[in-house]
Design a protein around this ligand. Structure first.
Ligand code: OSB
Ligand code: MG
Length: 386
């Protein structure tokens, strides 16, 4: 597979309604889309960094910089046997997993198209249908949260995750639990608590939650092991897990009983599969997290979620929960029983709507391999402003 060109675009998309987490309110998304041209196929990936470094340390702008100055020059013009070689070509770039994932995943899509396989199959996935949950932002009052939960449950979603932060936790979760005694509920704190809050967090044990996601420090596994020992409820790590070594450490330390896998956070499909495999070996269930993605990121999440260890409902839900108009065709739809049917056409299985992408694009840059250079030796790169 020759990487002939990379086209990087920044698109702006506005969420239907603001999404509040413990680290802030998100509504206007600045999303980077990566298009990789390889052997004539167009593969698409999405950078899932947020606009500010409040979830992890990456941002839309750091990803633009790392892709432009380091990743594109390292791969354009190269010939690789498969997307799994991307990691070797970019191994000198430390961190910046979301920037890498955007490009690597686009190569996976191109490879799947070239082989005439659905991406889920190329990844080794087998599920034809995946189970869906929703993530609900922090709200003003328990009453408005209850109304929202009711609507999502009636739409069929199989698990409801409530965002929490200090001051908006026990009361909100308790009110929801009393209204929906049997619903599968979890909470996500996005690192808003400290180990000193352990006894406060222990009050959540009475609500029979499936898990408490990432209550403590975004970059520290050990403190979660201390906390897990004090709680009955399972902890799930999100922010702390950037690769399979972190997953292995977390499992060995007893820092969690569940892991959320996000393609961006772990650096793309190859690393995500490794995290999945380590968890499977240790009997740790995984589920697919979300980053308020456009349809491109969503389609990658669906493909990944077909691996056998994804036994818990993910935060992969319908396009229309987020966007008035998504950039893929068809949009991601959820069945009345809270599942997504995995498309069986080559690549991502959804068509990128170039007209919509063009309309939403605010900047773009492309790198093309000079034709004259021999495959595998082309270091020189021609860059064109558009
Ligand atoms: O922690 O899972 C998270 C959104 C932005 C940043 C972090 C998170 C989230 C979500 C939303 O929970 C998941 C989604 O619906 O895409
Ligand atoms: Mg989370």
């Amino acid at each position: 597979m020759k990487i002939e060109a990379i086209i990087l675009r920044e698109i702006h998309m506005r969420l239907k309604s603001p999404f509040e987490t413990s680290f802030g309110v998100i509504q206007n998304r600045r999303i980077l889309l990566v298009e990789v041209i390889a052997d004539g196929a167009s593969g698409w990936g999405e950078v899932t960094a947020m606009e500010s470094p409040s979830y992890n340390s990456e941002t839309t702008d750091t990803a633009w910089h790392i892709i432009s100055d380091f990743i594109a020059p390292a791969i354009v013009g190269r010939t690789i046997a498969s997307a799994t070689e991307f990691a070797t070509l970019t191994q000198r770039i430390r961190g910046h997993e979301m920037a890498k994932a955007g490009v690597e995943n686009a190569i996976w899509d191109a490879e799947a198209q070239g082989k005439g396989l659905p991406l889920s199959k190329l990844l080794g996935g087998s599920l034809k249908e995946i189970v869906c949950g929703v993530s609900l932002g922090i709200r003003d009052s328990p009453a408005s949260l209850i109304a929202k939960v009711e609507q999502e449950l009636s739409d069929g979603y199989q698990r409801i995750k409530l965002k929490i932060k200090p001051g908006k936790d026990v009361d909100f979760v308790g009110a929801v639990r009393r209204s929906f005694p049997k619903a599968a509920l979890s909470v996500d704190a996005n690192s808003a608590y400290r180990l000193e809050d352990a006894m406060h967090l222990k009050r959540l044990d009475e609500f029979g939650l499936l898990m408490i996601e990432q209550p403590l420090y975004w970059d520290e596994i050990h403190a979660h092991a201390r906390l897990q020992a004090l709680l009955e409820t399972a902890l799930c790590l999100d922010e702390c897990i950037s690769n399979s070594r972190h997953a292995a450490a977390a499992i060995e330390l007893g820092a969690c009983r569940i892991i959320n896998i996000k393609l961006g956070r772990v650096g793309g499909h190859t690393s995500a599969r490794r995290v999945h495999d380590i968890c499977s070996t240790h009997g740790v269930p995984v589920w697919c997290g979300g980053m308020l993605e456009s349809g491109v990121g969503r389609a990658h999440n669906i493909a990944m979620s077909t691996l056998p260890g994804f036994t818990l409902p993910g935060d992969v839900s319908a396009s229309r929960r987020y966007w008035n108009e998504d950039i893929i065709e068809p949009e991601v739809e959820v069945t009345p029983r809270g599942t997504i049917q995995v498309r069986q056409t080559p690549g991502l299985g959804y068509k990128v709507r170039r007209d919509a992408v063009d309309r939403l694009t605010v900047r773009t840059y492309q790198w093309k391999a000079p034709h004259a250079l021999r495959a595998g030796k082309s270091r020189g790169v021609v860059s064109n402003h558009q």
